[in-house]
Write a protein that binds this ligand. Sequence first.
Ligand code: TYM
Length: 322
Amino acid sequence: RKIIFSAIQPTGVPHLGNYLGALREWKRLQNTSPPSTGLIFSVADLHAITVPRPPETVRQHNLEALAALRALGLNQDRSTVFLQSAVPCHAELQWILSCTASTGYLSRMTQWKHGLFSYPVLQAADILLYRATHVPVGSDQRQHLEFARECAINFNSTYQTDFMVKPEAITACPRRIMSLKAPTCKMSKSDPSDKSRILITDSPEIIEKRIHQATTDSIDGVSYDPDSRPGVSNLLDILAALDPKGRTPAALAEEMSGYGCRELKMVVTQVVTNEFADVRERFQYYMAHPKELADFAEQGRQKAMARAQPNMDKIRSIVGLV
Ligand code: TYM
């Protein structure tokens, strides 16, 4: 049986990279999977407190994340959408997994170098708790997925069980979406410059401005070469990801070889604006109705608990805890 799990950190309204790397795929899976497929999507608020913020900000970001997922069309009829911190089993399993996690592997991971040992273990716990088979994420999360598989193997071999399922990544968008200002870095919520990203709730005017101001280069025409033309290639990656005909970035570049950067930017603006046409209004509606969001979150919590608790009981018994 297929069980899909994924999560997003609540650190502000999601951006185009989150959308193309993950959220759009969540929505697609929700709307196309057979009823037997489990669909579990979390707002990873425990992950988001590794950088301490004022409690009001944490609450606000959780609301924004829930409103964004609602605005994109995720629902509790088909999916389970919940706040990670509302299901205590995540933190409990994180501890249990950290006892069998390979420190050699962890020490080679980027986040460990930044001193966040427990971050990838918590992420592994999120996934393994639901015995997820598939995890739709952007390509920047591959290393974390690999680590989650490693955690499953270590747990299973320590306790001589096959309870933990090794999850597979689903990566819909092969390349990371890059910053509009510094196209050799990924588009990120933590970039101090608003100009580096497009939010899924940005107005058409802002979207136009951001794309218009995106860093490109002074080479004539349009061609696809991420190494030598990162800015132009990023725009082509965005265009290809949203292309109804599914053309590759290279094919699009071929067709637009006579265009200048300005024309390319106009086409990208059009396509991105279309994609997010009704998201802004829907988002504003939910932000103005926090009670609806609270009910939504509570519904998700109950559904997630019903899935998580029996698995957690089993894990405790495998480990020998009462
Ligand atoms: P987060 O919140 O950074 O990102 C959420 C999703 O967006 C994708 N993404 C991108 N994809 C393409 N281009 C980009 N520039 C880009 N930026 C972000 C990410 O790959 C991700 O799919 N640790 C995770 C959250 C998490 C999680 C989990 C994910 C917690 N537990 C369990 C999967 C399974 C994170 O910080 O994602």
